[in-house]
Ligand binder design. Structure first.
Ligand code: THU
Length: 141
C-alpha cells in the first residue's frame, strides 16, 4: 500500500461505481454457487476498474470478483485503488470477504473508501491492524 496521494479528495460518484459493478456482475461465471458478484473501483489516475467472480469445478479455486478487479488494475496501467464497491446478483452492496479485504489492502491508497450496507468505511476500518507490504519492508530494511 503506497502513500501516493489521491487526486480524489472530493466527491466519489458511488452511483457510477455501482453501475459499473452491476455490469461486471452480469459477466460472472457462477455455475456452482449461482451467486454472481461484481466489483468496481476508482483508481488513482481516475480509471474505473471492475471484476466478476469466476468459479471452478474444484470449488476452492474460485476467483472472487476482487481478484479479477485487481488483475484489471494492473493490466490497464497499475496505480492504487481509491474507492471500491461490490454488489450481489440483486445489485445490493455486499462486503468483500476476508481474503479479499487483504487483497484490496495491498493495492489501495491509505484510507481507501469502501461502500458498505451501513455507509462508507475505510479499508483500515474493515481490516484493522492489517499485515501489509510495509511490514515486509521494515523486516528487510
Ligand atoms: N465472492 C466474491 O466474488 N467476492 C467476495 O468478496 C465474496 C464472495 C464470490 C465467491 C463465490 O463465487 C460466491 O461469491 C459465493 O461465495
Amino acid at each position: 500500500m503506497s502513500e501516493e496521494a489521491t487526486p480524489f479528495s472530493g466527491e466519489i460518484d458511488w452511483g457510477a461505481l455501482r453501475t459499473e459493478a452491476e455490469e461486471a456482475m452480469r459477466r460472472a461465471y457462477v455455475p456452482y454457487s449461482r451467486f454472481p458478484v461484481g466489483a468496481a473501483a476508482l483508481a488513482t489516475d481516475g480509471r474505473l476498474v471492475a471484476g466478476c467472480n469466476v468459479e471452478n469445478a474444484s470449488y476452492g479455486l474460485t476467483l472472487c470478483a476482487e481478484c479479477s478487479l485487481v488483475s484489471m488494475l494492473h493490466m490497464t496501467g497499475g496505480g492504487q485503488l481509491v474507492a471500491f464497491t461490490c454488489v450481489n446478483g440483486d445489485g445490493e452492496v455486499i462486503m468483500p470477504c476476508g481474503r479479499c479485504r487483504q487483497l484490496l489492502y495491498e493495492h489501495s491508497v491509505s484510507g481507501m473508501m469502501l461502500e458498505t450496507g451501513y455507509g462508507i468505511r475505510t479499508i483500515d476500518e474493515v481490516l484493522p491492524d492489517a499485515f501489509g507490504p510495509r511490514d515486509l519492508e521494515e523486516f528487510h530494511a
